[in-house]
Design a protein around this ligand. Structure first.
Ligand SMILES: Nc1nc2c(c(=O)[nH]1)N[C@H]1C(S)=C(S)[C@@H](COP(=O)(O)OP(=O)(O)OC[C@H]3O[C@@H](n4cnc5c(=O)[nH]c(N)nc54)[C@H](O)[C@@H]3O)O[C@H]1N2
Ligand SMILES: Nc1nc2c(c(=O)[nH]1)N[C@H]1C(S)=C(S)[C@@H](COP(=O)(O)OP(=O)(O)OC[C@H]3O[C@@H](n4cnc5c(=O)[nH]c(N)nc54)[C@H](O)[C@@H]3O)O[C@H]1N2
Ligand code: SF4
Ligand SMILES: [Mo]
Length: 736
């Protein structure tokens, strides 16, 4: 059967192939049209970060042989970062999962065929549900599969398999921005377009290091012709801070005080846009009273920036005509992250810096389809940014899908950390993890691993069998990756972009879309999952789901239109102009709350859950290390070129003064210790990290052995960015 499938794929000529019937498998897929691309150039957006660069993949003799960044694409205009250039090489790695693997009675993972894998999946999860209730099985999804796939997964899991609790790795990444926008604007809606990078005369980056994490967005900043002020708020002197005109080295997790202080100073000087506040916002009076106590002297003492500098920051914002505020996970990953993000939104609202070119309170996203996961994964909100708890919303989705509304859970899902705690407490007994590697990336991963061992059944669906999480699984499902399938991603500026199949999945690996359909069959809920035979059919359903919502895309006819237009930003209704390649929100000052106004959101500053102390005197910061490393390195770790561009072993960056005090030499192995654990790392001595702080990149599995399990109360996003640590030299293992 597989031989036949392969042949049919190779024979294709870029149009629809003959419909494949996989009845032989015992779980016939029904009709599965697959498109492979003809010789020449196929355009696909990149599958790593949320910038969403377009890549021209060159196909010769049916094989993708090379790629170059697309010139005629509004996002990247002919540029790509190293990961994009190397996107093809990681597909051929030797540790690709090429067949399903099932843990045998001897405790090892062994190859099995798809029918056995699917039967086991259904039988084991059903048995768990029968014994412990439908909500004892949960799933964890991702921002790295297509919209079409995540929607199908959400429909299968929640309306087919009766799962209540499902979340995704976007919780680690974007949950704070989503929550902040929802509360402030009435809908999760990042307002900007990348042209804003070029049109600002003042750009303020808070907790973001785009030179490393979004290099092509940074290229857009460099195209700015206004000689802009570029202000960076980051405890470290990052590559971005070095390139900026101003760096404010805010003490870790003191941003909220600083931002309230800036707001107070702006108000005191009457440097605010009263007209905008009056016409388009609520609760400004209460907000201005709240920030009164954040005087320059008090704020300076908390955040380590001089009074003059804080005043200067406010003055720069005041003097500039077009100020754009950009934030990223240096803000999102904190114990008071939602309020911090909203403090940034408040600054934009009170100075009228929103809805005009070069302005905005702009949260950059992380993964290639983080925004898709926020809108269409059916995890913590119902499809299209709806609410599970709202009967009307459930009715709308039931009608679109033609299913009974009773199949839609009427309660919200637990957030990621609550699911993991649920496992710990024995409430969740079965878990299905798709396209994320929390065995490496979850906060305080020792606890995570401990929980995984408590499960009765763990399924991991990944491109590689070697990931930390796959190694813990009872069943591994081999997935095709970027380049081996088609569908859409939504980038940071709300732009739908297309990915295309330019290579065949290895061995018996299948696209996530196919796997979800097969599981639907195996489960016996194909009445739902067989409605869509190809991703583009699902795209049509996504359009219906979006109809009348702020994210309405009913004006996008099909994939061909996305291709023709160079991607399309939401919202895009039938009456919208397809020649407008850059579109921003709130130009009319109308927000999504029922009264059309934006809301000032604020709260008292919270205590740090793990302040430094005599025993643990240093703050451990974590984040991205280099532009050639992607997260847990399951993909970028397979490119020889990318690996030449980054350190092979875990390292810790230490300020020269602290290194001298502790007698640590460059390159020496040291031990980094927190209350959770102790790891060895190579010392990199660098003035970019300030005294009293150390930095470790997240790309090595050691880092999350150290991080502190704590969360923002509103977004439940993990606070990866700071905990208390100490350094010991390895030779003496003596606390220094
Ligand atoms: N090369 C590469 N690019 C990536 C990724 C990758 O793995 N590799 N991942 C992608 C994803 S999913 C994401 S979410 C983004 C992340 O993109 P970024 O958020 O830009 O990256 P990080 O390095 O995690 O964190 C940004 C900065 O926050 C700072 N920071 C830490 N604590 C604080 C604080 O208390 N206040 C302030 N103001 N700053 C603080 C850190 O010093 C760091 O420089 O990158 C995306 N792009
Ligand atoms: N200490 C610390 N930890 C962090 C962070 C931090 O700043 N500091 N940042 C956090 C953030 S922002 C994020 S986003 C997370 C990221 O954490 P993860 O999501 O765990 O990181 P990835 O390595 O991107 O994992 C994606 C997995 O999906 C697989 N995969 C890729 N494409 C496909 C596909 O198409 N189908 C399937 N089925 N599998 C696929 C990959 O092989 C990989 O195993 O890490 C978080 N962890
Ligand atoms: S900047 Fe992001 S989207 Fe662009 S090539 Fe690099 S990883 Fe891909
Ligand atoms: Mo992320």
């Amino acid at each position: 059967m597989l031989e036949r499938l392969k042949k049919l794929i190779y024979q294709t000529d870029g149009k629809f192939t003959e419909e494949l019937r996989l009845e032989e498998s015992g779980f016939g897929l029904g009709h599965l049209p697959r498109r492979l691309r003809p010789d020449g150039v196929t355009r696909a957006v990149c599958g790593y970060c949320s910038t969403g660069c377009s890549l021209d993949v060159h196909i010769k003799d049916g094989k993708a042989c090379n790629l170059t960044p697309t010139h005629a694409y509004p996002v990247n205009v002919g540029e790509a970062c190293p990961k994009g250039w190397e996107a093809l090489s990681v597909l051929n790695a030797t540790d690709r999962a090429t067949t399903p693997l099932l843990r045998g009675s001897d405790g090892t993972l062994k190859p099995v065929d798809w029918p056995v894998a699917l039967k086991t999946f259904a039988e084991r999860f059903k048995a768990v549900q029968q014994r412990h209730g439908a909500d004892s099985v949960a799933y964890l999804s991702t921002g790295q599969i297509t919209n079409e796939e995540m929607t199908l997964l959400g429909i299968l899991a929640k309306f087919g398999m009766g799962i209540v609790h499902g979340d995704g790795n976007t919780r680690q990444c974007m949950a704070t921005a989503a929550t902040a926008y929802k509360q402030s604007f009435g809908f999760d809606a990042p307002p900007f377009t990348y042209a804003d990078f070029e049109e600002s005369d003042c750009l303020v980056f808070v907790g973001a290091n785009p030179c490393i994490a979004h290099p092509i967005m940074w290229q857009r900043v460099l195209m700015n012709q206004n000689n802009p002020e570029i202000i960076v708020l980051d405890p470290r002197k990052t590559e971005t801070a070095i390139a900026a005109t101003q760096h404010y080295a805010v003490r870790p997790k003191s941003d909220l005080s600083l931002l309230y202080g800036v707001a107070n100073f702006l108000i005191k000087n009457e440097w605010i846009d009263e007209d905008y506040i009056e016409r388009h916002t609520n609760s400004f009076e209460a907000f201005s009273r709240h920030v009164e106590e954040f005087t320059l002297d008090r704020v300076s003492a908390v955040c380590g920036i001089s009074e003059t500098q804080i005043a200067e920051l406010a003055a720069l914002i005041h003097r500039s005509q077009r100020v754009s505020f950009w934030w990223m996970v240096g803000v999102n990953q904190g114990y008071e992250a939602t309020r911090t993000a909203q403090a940034i939104i408040n600054l934009a609202l009170m100075t009228g810096n929103i809805g005009r070119p070069g302005t905005g309170a702009n949260s950059i996203t992380g993964q290639c389809n983080a925004m898709g996961s926020r809108l269409y994964s059916n995890t913590t909100n119902l499809l299209g940014g709806r609410m599970f708890t709202d009967a009307e919303h459930r009715g709308e989705i039931a009608e679109i899908l033609g299913i009974g509304a009773e199949r839609i859970p009427a309660e919200d899902s637990w957030a990621y950390d609550q699911i993991i705690e649920g496992v710990h407490e024995g409430k969740i007994k079965g878990l299905w993890i798709v396209a994320t590697n929390p065995g490496h990336s979850w906060i305080n991963r020792t606890f995570f691993e401990e929980c995984m061992r408590k499960l009765e059944f763990l399924v991991v669906q990944d491109m590689y069998h070697s990931t930390e999480t796959a190694q813990l699984a009872d069943l591994v499902l081999p997935a095709a990756g970027w380049g081996e399938k088609e569908g859409t991603f939504i980038n940071s500026e709300r732009r739908f972009g297309l990915i295309r199949a330019v290579a065949e999945p290895p061995g018996e690996a299948k696209t996530d879309f196919e796997i979800f359909k097969l599981i639907g069959r195996a489960w016996g809920c194909q009445d739902i999952t067989d409605r869509w035979s190809a991703p583009e059919d699902m795209f049509q359903t996504i359009k219906e789901v979006s109809r009348g919502r702020p994210c309405d895309i009913t004006g996008i006819a099909d994939y061909a239109m996305l291709e023709r237009c160079g991607g399309i930003q939401w919202p895009f209704r039938p009456e919208d102009d397809e020649t407008a390649t850059e579109r921003r929100l709130f130009e009319d000052g109308e927000y999504y709350h029922s009264d059309g106004r934006a809301q000032f959101m604020f709260e008292a500053v919270a205590p740090n859950p793990e302040p430094t102390c005599r025993q643990y005197p240093l703050v451990l910061l974590t984040g991205r290390g280099t532009s050639s490393q992607w997260h847990t390195q399951t993909r970028t770790g397979k490119s020889k070129i990318l690996q030449k561009m980054c350190p092979q072993e875990v390292y810790v960056e230490i300020n020269p003064r602290d290194a001298r005090d502790l007698s640590i030499r460059p390159g020496q192995q040291v031990r980094v210790v927190t209350r959770r654990g102790s790891v060895k790392a190579n010392a990199v001595i660098k003035p970019s990290v300030f005294s009293g702080q150390i930095f470790m990149p997240m790309h090595y599995p050691e880092t999350n052995l150290l991080t502190l399990k704590c969360f923002d109360p509103y977004s439940r996003q993990p606070s990866y960015k700071s905990c208390a640590a100490k350094l010991m030299t390895v030779q003496t293992e003596k606390a220094t």
